[in-house]
Design a protein around this ligand. Structure first.
Ligand code: EPZ
Length: 422
């Protein structure tokens, strides 16, 4: 296992190119099994989860050739409709093959993803929606089995706007017989990106990005090419790092409109944020000021930026209240930030963060992808050495993180973890 070492205190400055969005790449790759024909996907982030999804498509029988940021997938033949536990347990987003498999092949057997560090992560809404489309669902021995001769269009209301649930149902409905209406659908940019790709391949989808998506099923789709949208959470993470170190950071190849809530909160915290067509420029002219944040489904403040914001507020003037409304236990970073000197009080799903003058570097443990990002942001500004252990969590969603941060002036390196503590 590797660890990342950061000597904090360097002001970050310069430009960083944002990679493709992991959370768009995953459903787009899963959707390739909806049809035969060649799919060429570009601007894929070089992250572990994308490799894992490619492996899963191969297990299902697709021909996958994956070079750097580009993958060519041909799913003319589906040899298996089973997503095995050993793979699903490493990436819960594997559940995204459920809808496409049952729509294309009439059956699917996908291991229940199980919980993770940020919550129980149920998939009941995915299953209820597929049942509404006519699939017979059963859960045995830890596996979801879904069967349907042909899915039928239906009106589906999602109790909560689930991102991958909306994606699964949109993909399944693309090949259903008749019209499907997804109500209270999630509105994330990644859903719009998936819909764009499906429409290029012959799907009939309207309303993606709003809370009512209408899908008119078609007999089959064909292949297509697609360039994945930039990762709004990666962009937000580097901007938070720039603010944290009082630096001057420009993120390029991004869509500012995808992270308006984050930009607004960074401005409230005292940053000067200039948006251009595909870049955002941040400087920190004055002091970091505390501000309140409440995570919400898009277009609200993204839960995937909560940990990074908590790190930032740990050094801000005054007190900030951070409320997590999307997941029930997404505070794994709190204990570790406390070890760096952060003053954080947990009150149910709210954190009360009282800004300190400084944080101190410490050996800390990564737990999930975004909590780890929060620890990195804190380490960049902390006095002394921070060792972030179990960085495989970071490798799931951040492409070349230490390389990009080093290019911005961070004193950061990666090494195989030493057993002795420094
Ligand atoms: C997606 O997860 C993202 N993952 C997550 O990013 C992100 O944090 C999350 O959306 C929220 O934005 C991918 O896109 C691969 P949800 P997802 O279904 O779809 C409840 C990262 O770090 N719910 O929108 O699993 C659920 O418990 C990851 O990149 C049900 O109750 O999240 C949660 O409270 C972490 N039943 C809420 O809805 C269901 O069937 C939102 O979850 C589904 C969800």
């Amino acid at each position: 296992m590797d660890e990342i070492l950061i000597n904090g205190g360097n002001r970050l400055s310069g430009e960083v190119r944002i990679s493709g969005a992991k959370n768009s790449a995953l459903p787009i790759l899963a959707s390739t099994i909806l049809s035969g024909g060649e799919c060429v996907i570009t601007n894929l982030p070089r992250v572990v989860d994308v490799l894992t999804m490619g492996k899963l498509l191969g297990i299902l029988g697709a021909k996958v050739s994956h070079e750097g940021n580009r993958a060519v997938i041909e799913a003319d033949m589906i040899a298996s409709t089973e997503a095995p536990y050993d793979l699903v347990k490493t990436m819960r987003a594997s559940v995204l093959v459920l809808g496409p498999l049952v729509a294309r092949c009439g059956e699917a057997k996908v291991s229940l993803p199980g919980g993770c560090a940020i919550g129980s992560r149920p998939v009941n809404l995915h299953l209820a929606g597929l049942a509404k489309l006519g699939a017979e669902i059963s859960i045995e021995h830890g596996y979801i089995t879904a069967r349907a001769k042909r899915l039928k269009g239906a009106r589906i209301y999602c109790d909560t706007p689930t991102v991958t649930g909306t994606e699964n149902l949109m993909m399944a409905a693309s090949l259903a017989d008749g019209v499907t209406m997804l109500e209270n659908a999630a509105k994330e940019p990644e859903i719009v990106d998936l819909a764009h790709f499906l429409v290029k391949r012959g799907a009939r989808i309207h309303g993606a990005g709003t809370d009512v998506i209408t899908i008119e099923g078609v007999p089959q789709l064909h292949g297509g090419d697609h360039d994945v949208i930039p990762d709004r959470i990666e962009a937000g993470t580097y901007l938070a790092a720039g603010a944290m170190t009082r630096g001057e950071v420009t993120v390029t190849h991004c869509h500012p409109s995808h992270l308006e809530a984050v930009l607004m909160k960074l401005r409230e915290a005292g940053a000067d944020v200039q948006e251009e067509k595909d870049m955002v420029h941040l400087t920190m002219p004055g002091t970091l000021k505390g501000t309140d944040v409440k995570t919400l489904p898009f277009p609200g403040f993204p839960t995937d930026m909560q940990a990074q914001m908590v790190a930032l507020m740990s050094l801000a003037e005054g007190t900030s209240v951070i409320t997590e409304t999307v997941f029930e236990s997404r505070f794994m970073h709190v204990e570790e930030l406390r070890r760096m000197g952060a003053d954080i009080r947990v009150e149910g799903n709210r954190l009360v963060v009282t800004g300190r003058k400084a944080l101190t570097g410490a050996p800390v443990m990564a737990s999930d992808l975004r909590a780890s990002a929060g620890l990195i942001v804190a380490g960049l500004a902390a006095d002394g050495l921070t060792q972030v252990q179990r960085v495989y969590h970071l490798d799931r969603g951040y492409e070349r993180l230490e390389e990009k941060l080093r290019a911005l002036g961070a004193d950061i390196q990666r090494r195989p973890m030493t057993t002795k503590m420094q």
